[in-house]
Design a protein around this ligand. Structure first.
Ligand code: GSH
Length: 211
């Protein structure tokens, strides 16, 4: 049985969990602590969650895990089959990860009541202004982010935006969904999926248990 190591507070962990549920793959969850145990560092040397332990060994990095799941469990497809469409799907996911989430992450301190320096805020604003334009250019939202079919980019994209929305507002005064036409309705559509409801409910329960 596959074992998903991590924490339901992590947007990356939750993305993999939702894809496992969408694909109907059995898995067990293994909660990991902060700071990490030595045993977890053996599985995930960068101490990052999620880590998926497969019959062949552990895998970290969400995009690597999602591609492994797609290749190992193709019965419920969650990536386009056409080679060019697949490359565009990866391009969209990378853009959301590197230029939205990793930029917004620089300001996550503001969500915990910490000060974010003014020059960092200015950098976030400049970078998000460009990357929201890029996502608007690459995404379809008709009805799903990469076109007609629901793919893992919908789940991954949702989780790249979930905390970024708050950081963009707090640090740069940017309404992230407003800046990407079509994304607000899509965001609501994604979170109505049963897989997503389960993951988001579990995350809420986990947050309550940590208070
Ligand atoms: N590039 C990684 C990012 C994962 C990530 O940043 N995970 C965070 C939680 S959201 C984490 O494990 N942080 C703990 C640490 O860095 O020690 C991926 O794609 O999985």
């Amino acid at each position: 049985m596959l074992m998903l190591h991590g924490r339901p507070r992590s947007n990356y962990y939750n993305a993999v969990k939702a894809v496992l549920i969408e694909k109907g793959i059995e898995f067990t969850e293994v909660l990991e602590t902060v700071p990490p145990t030595d045993a977890f560092l053996e599985l995930s040397p960068m101490s990052k969650v999620p880590c998926l332990v497969t019959p062949s060994g552990p895998i970290t990095e969400t995009s690597a895990i999602l591609e492994y799941l797609e290749e190992t469990y193709p019965d419920v497809p969650m990536m386009p089959t056409d080679v060019y469409a697949r490359a565009k799907h990866r391009e969209l996911c990378k853009t959301l990860e590197l230029y939205i989430e990793w930029v917004a992450r620089r300001g996550y301190g503001a969500l915990r009541g910490e000060d974010v320096p003014a020059d960092e805020k200015a950098g976030i604003e400049k970078a998000l202004t460009q990357s929201t334009r890029a996502v608007s250019h690459l995404a379809s939202f008709s009805p799903w982010i990469a076109g007609e079919d629901f793919t893992y980019a919908d789940i991954f994209g949702y989780f790249m935006l979930i905390y970024s929305i708050m950081s963009a507002k707090a640090n740069a005064g940017i309404d992230l969904l407003g800046a990407i036409p079509g994304s607000a309705d899509w965001f609501s559509r994604v979170q109505e999926r049963p897989s997503m409801r389960r993951v988001l409910d579990d995350a809420k329960e986990y947050a309550k248990s940590q208070r």
